[in-house]
Design a protein around this ligand. Sequence first.
Ligand code: SAM
Length: 245
Amino acid sequence: MNGSKDQMFGVPRTVTEKFRFDAEVAAIFEDMISRSVPGYRQILQMLPSLIRCCAPPQGRYYDLGCSLGAGMLAMAEALRGGKGTIIGIDNSAAMIEQASQAIARCADTYECDLSMQCADILDYPIESADMVLMNFTLQFIELEKRDYLIRKIYDASEPGGILIVSEKVCFADPETNRTLIDIHHQYKADQGYSQLEISQKRDALEDVLIPETIDVHINRMRDAGYRIVTPWLQNLQFVSLLAIK
Ligand SMILES: C[S@@+](CC[C@H](N)C(=O)[O-])C[C@H]1O[C@@H](n2cnc3c(N)ncnc32)[C@H](O)[C@@H]1O
């Protein structure tokens, strides 16, 4: 694993600062997401199979909110031997800086064209997309801008183009919601996080990561025009949805 161990929330904080994807987070992000999001590794492992099945090998692929480029590398793995284009977008300069170094180190391994841009995905012009990946990114976009973003991606996609949206979701039934949150907190404790780390991170993410129900996500993608919309992986309240234009 690259990067350092996530100990960001290990010391008591007097002021709750809102969570930001800054240099401090970029330095420990791989450890943080791997130990916090059950199923994250499985999504990355399964992506090449999904891509080989559903997307063209010479395609134009986007990873929106690419962070350190893990999704881009999964795409590159799927395109091995082919000449596709993979564009990663993130508005965190610290993430893009680290990701660019990691991608440059392994660029010779792949034949496809890999590039990254530091930009806001709401403004970035997406063109002729065969695949768009948003792996745990939409949850950080303001609620009122989410319909616009999904429609923009749909409009910029080729016929048959695919969209993968992975999200932390919530459940309409409060008891179901509470139970899954409790299991998730137990999972984090089992990954080595203390109760202090768990509660301080939860406070920092309040109103920053805004989950929606699976139905809200599915309806939004259907309303945008996607023909097929279905969950393809779920682990607790972490769900990945596949949509096909
Ligand atoms: C949880 S991380 C995504 C993880 C990553 N996709 C992966 O699979 O490892 C969310 C990322 O979205 C980025 N992000 C959030 N809002 C954004 C926006 N409006 N434009 C571009 N990137 C954004 C953040 O900087 C952060 O790197």
